[in-house]
Structures are given as structure tokens and as C-alpha cells.
Ligand binder design. Structure first.
Ligand SMILES: Nc1ncnc2c1ncn2[C@@H]1O[C@H](COP(=O)(O)OP(=O)(O)OP(=O)(O)O)[C@@H](O)[C@H]1O
Length: 257
């Protein structure tokens, strides 16, 4: 079997005195779709933010696509990664955020082309051509020149997905991408992800409260509690277990919604 594309080994993460992960171990295989479900405050977003290099770690190490993400071996010791290395590692990953995080002063098209042009040095013509393709994919071909404030929440999030894909990541991180949306807008966003995985192979790590979506789309579902995975398995095995065998983690996830 090939090496996992994501691997956390003995990872420690604290915010001040608060320990989020004390000894966290986790692997994701290439092209695997993994959902993370768990109560508020259990460390799900922190996990994605660490992978996206938006947060550092306090111990252990993480491999992404065969390379150390945060700490680099140097003369037999692990030292924090430099900016050039983080930059390179970020190219493997794309993230879609709960609150869209679009630039309000830029058009939809600019929101999508900005990172490929600035970070990857892609030409404007090439970035715009790809942006048009992505806008078609998310059903917003007619919104290229609109500003985020003129879009509905669902449309904003579809731009968020297009923006993440613009960097051609091999790993997509989705952080509760529908939880800021009105219920009637949830499916238009989930449909984009459904179509995406039908057409292309992706490694995807999604934090979600949408149980039916996790069940439908994932190869593996992980229940998180207090910075640890307390239950995991194929969705059909987990979601079809008899009522009396349901674990505390599973029930908590439902109650936590
Ligand atoms: N930048 C930060 N500084 C201090 N504490 C933080 C920071 N980010 C997160 N935390 C704390 O770390 C814990 C885990 O937060 P995290 O956002 O990862 O949880 P979560 O499982 O994603 O929760 P939710 O489902 O509510 O989004 C929480 O107690 C949170 O308050």
C-alpha cells in the first residue's frame, strides 16, 4: 500500500494552557474522502487549520504528500519550517471556510484569480480562463464581475469552493462549509461537492454537521471528541448499526447538531 497522503504523528497542540491535541495520530490515504464529526470545541477546525499551516503545532510531526509539513529535519533535529517550505506545502492544499472569507472589495473573478497569479505566478490570461471554467463548474458563470456582497450565502460559498480549486490542490479541506447558510441554500453548495467528486479524484477532509452528507460522500467517518478520534469506520457500518449498539460518540454528534 502507498504511503498516506496525510499523516499526523504524536501531534501536540495547545492554545496557552488549553491542550487541544495531546498525542494525536491520524492518517488519510490518497483519494480518500474523510468526514470529521464531533462536538463543538473538540478541535475539528484546529486540525484543518494546522494542515493549512494557519496554526503551528507544539510537538510531534505531520507529513503531507511525503514531506514534513511544519517541522523539517535539519542535522538530525526537527526545526520549524521556513516560509519557502510552507509556501510549497500550501500548494498541496485548498481550504473552504465556514464564513467564506472572500475579499469583499474584489470581484468574484478576482477572488478566484488572485492566489494563482500572486502565489503561483500564473499569467492573468491563464488564471482568468481557469476561473471561467471553475465558475461554470459551480454554476456561477454569470457572476464573474459581481462583488461578494451582491451574492447570496450559497453563491458566496460556491465562489469559496471555486477559489480553493483555482490553486489546483490535491487535498481539499472543507470546514463546515454549510453551517453559515440558511437551510434552503445548503443543498446547492453540497451539490457542487457531489459533482466534483463524481468527476475527479480528490483527497478530501471535511468537517461537517450534515450527517446525511457525510454518510453519502465519505469513505470513512471519524467521530472526534476532546482532540481524539473516538470512533471511525465506513459510513454504512456506522450509520446502520442497531440503535442499542450506537456509541456515545455517535449519539453526541446527533445531539450536538
Ligand atoms: N486561536 C485560538 N486561541 C485560543 N483558543 C482557540 C483558538 N482557536 C481555537 N481555540 C479553542 O480550541 C478549542 C478547539 O476549537 P476548534 O475551533 O478546533 O473546535 P471545533 O471542534 O472546530 O468546534 P466548532 O464545531 O464549534 O467549530 C476550543 O476550545 C476553542 O475555543
Amino acid at each position: 500500500m502507498s504511503a498516506p497522503i496525510i499523516e499526523f504523528k504524536n501531534v501536540k497542540k495547545c492554545f496557552g494552557e488549553t491542550v487541544i491535541f495531546s498525542d494525536f495520530n491520524f492518517k488519510v490515504e490518497e483519494n480518500e474522502i474523510v468526514s470529521i464529526i464531533g462536538p463543538s470545541g473538540s478541535g475539528k477546525s484546529t486540525l484543518l487549520r494546522i494542515l493549512m499551516t494557519l496554526e503551528g503545532i507544539d510537538g510531534g510531526y505531520i507529513n503531507v504528500a511525503g514531506e514534513s509539513l511544519w517541522h523539517m529535519p535539519w542535522q538530525g533535529q526537527y526545526v520549524p519550517a521556513n516560509n519557502k517550505h510552507l509556501h510549497k506545502m500550501r500548494n498541496h492544499l485548498g481550504m473552504v471556510f465556514q464564513h467564506f472569507n472572500l475579499f469583499p472589495h474584489m470581484t468574484v473573478k478576482r477572488n478566484i484569480t488572485e492566489a494563482p497569479m500572486r502565489v503561483k505566478g500564473v499569467s492573468r490570461a491563464e488564471a482568468e480562463k481557469f476561473a471561467e471554467k471553475l465558475l461554470q463548474l459551480v454554476g456561477l458563470a454569470d457572476k464573474a464581475d459581481s462583488y461578494p456582497n451582491d451574492l447570496s450565502g450559497g453563491q458566496k460559498q460556491r465562489v469559496g469552493i471555486a477559489r480553493a480549486l483555482a490553486m489546483k490542490p490535491s487535498i481539499l479541506l472543507l470546514d463546515e462549509i454549510t453551517s453559515a447558510l440558511d437551510p434552503e441554500l445548503v443543498d446547492e453548495v453540497l451539490d457542487v461537492i457531489r459533482n466534483l467528486v463524481k468527476e475527479e479524484s480528490f483527497t478530501m477532509l471535511l468537517v461537517t454537521h450534515e450527517m446525511y452528507f457525510a454518510r453519502e460522500i465519505s469513505d470513512r467517518v471519524c467521530f472526534f471528541d476532546k482532540g481524539a478520534i473516538v470512533e471511525e469506520g465506513e459510513p454504512e457500518a456506522i450509520f446502520t448499526q442497531p440503535k442499542e449498539e450506537r456509541t456515545k460518540a455517535f449519539l453526541n454528534a446527533y445531539i450536538g447538531q
